[in-house]
Design a protein around this ligand. Sequence first.
Ligand SMILES: Nc1ncnc2c1ncn2[C@@H]1O[C@H](COP(=O)(O)OP(=O)(O)OP(=O)(O)O)[C@@H](O)[C@H]1O
Ligand SMILES: [Mg+2]
Length: 378
Amino acid sequence: MVSILESFKKVFSTGHKGVILGIDIGSSSIKVVAIEKVEEKAVLRNYGEIALGPRAGKSSGQATNLPPEKIAEALRDLLKEMGIVAHHTLMAIPFSASLLTVAELPDVEKKELESMIPIEARRYIPVPITEVSLDWWVLPKRKAEVKAGAVVAAPVSSAKQIGKTEVIIAAIHNEIIKKYESIKRDAQIPGEASHFEIEIFSTLRAVVGRDLLPTLVIDIGAGSTKLALVDEGVVRGSHVISSGGQDITLALSRSRQLSLDQAEEIKCRVGMIGDEEGRDVLVVSELIIANIMNEAARFTENYERKYNTKISKVILVGGGARLKGIEKIVAQNFPNASFFVGDPFARVDTPAFLSSTLKELSPNFAVAIGIALKGLEE
Ligand SMILES: Nc1ncnc2c1ncn2[C@@H]1O[C@H](COP(=O)(O)OP(=O)(O)OP(=O)(O)O)[C@@H](O)[C@H]1O
Ligand SMILES: [Mg+2]
C-alpha cells in the first residue's frame, strides 16, 4: 500500500471545510486524492493508493475483477489509513463500463435535437435505453484547420461538417451506477453528494488543459489502454485497447521463469533501460508497447484522414506510462508529434519536499486528480 507517511500527516491535515475527494477505482489499484481550494488555487491535502491484486489472490500490478463489497472494503481500509474527512466525493467510472460515441446529426434547433438524441442513441447502445443514464453535449463546430504545430484560421473545411451537428453521447448502465453507489455506501465514504464521471473526461481535465491543438491522450492501465482524442479543446474520439501494463509483467515472468511479483518488481525498478534485466524487459515490452502504440496510431490516422488534420501532441498517463524507456517506442509510432508523460500533480499545489515522489507517481493519479478537480469546478 502506498500512502502518506505518518510524518506527513501535519502537512496534509484533514477535516478542512471544502475538502474534495476524488476516487479512481482502477482494475489493479484504487487511487484517491483529497484537494481543497485555497485562495483560488487547488491544494493537495492527501493522496493514497491501494493495490487490489493481493485481495484477489493475484500480484500487485495485475488487473482484478473484484465484487463491489471487496472493492468497498479496500477503499474503506485506504481511507482509514489516510485519515480523510472530506465534504464532497466524486468517483470515476471505468471507460470499459461506459459507452461513448460521437454522432453526426442534422443541424437543427436545440429542442428538436433533444428529441432526436434518445432515438439516435439506440443505434449505438446495445441495451434498452431505459436501462442507461444518458448524457450528451453538442460539440462546437470546427473553426480552425490545424496543421502540425500551428493553428490556421479557416472556414469549416470538411464537407462532412456542413449542415451537421456533432454530438457526443455518453451512456452508463444503471446497474453500474448502482454498483458505485453501493461501493460508496459500504466504504462509509464521508461527504455529502456523490458524482460520477467517465474516467477519460477526468484524465483530460488533469493533463490537457486549454490546449486547442489536436492531442492524443493514452492512459496505459493494468489491463487496458484508453485513448482519447481531443481537438479544439473537446473530445472528438475515444477507443479502448485490451492490453496494458500487466501484459509486460506476465510476459516477463513467462520468458524469464520469474514469479509475477519478481517480474513486476524488475519491470517497475529497471524498465527497458540499462543492464541485463533491462534488456529482458525491453524484449517483452517492445512487442507489447509497440502493439498498443500501433493500434493507437491506426486510430489516430483514421481521425486525421477523416478531418484532414494532424495530431501534434501525444500525452501518456496511467501506471504503464512510468515504464522507463517507453518514449522511444512512442516516438517511433508518432514521429511527427511531440510527446510527454502527463504530470497531473502539477495541476495542484503540493509541498516542495514531496515533489520528486509525486513526480514519479504522477501519471497514475491522472484520473483521481481530474475527478477531484471536477468537484472544485462545481
Ligand atoms: N514504474 C513503473 N514502470 C512500469 N510499469 C509500472 C510502473 N508503475 C506501475 N506500473 C504498471 O502500471 C499498471 C497500473 O497502472 P494504473 O494504476 O494506471 O492501472 P489501473 O488504473 O489500476 O488499471 P485500468 O486503468 O486498466 O483499470 C500496472 O500494470 C503496473 O505494473
Ligand atoms: Mg486506470
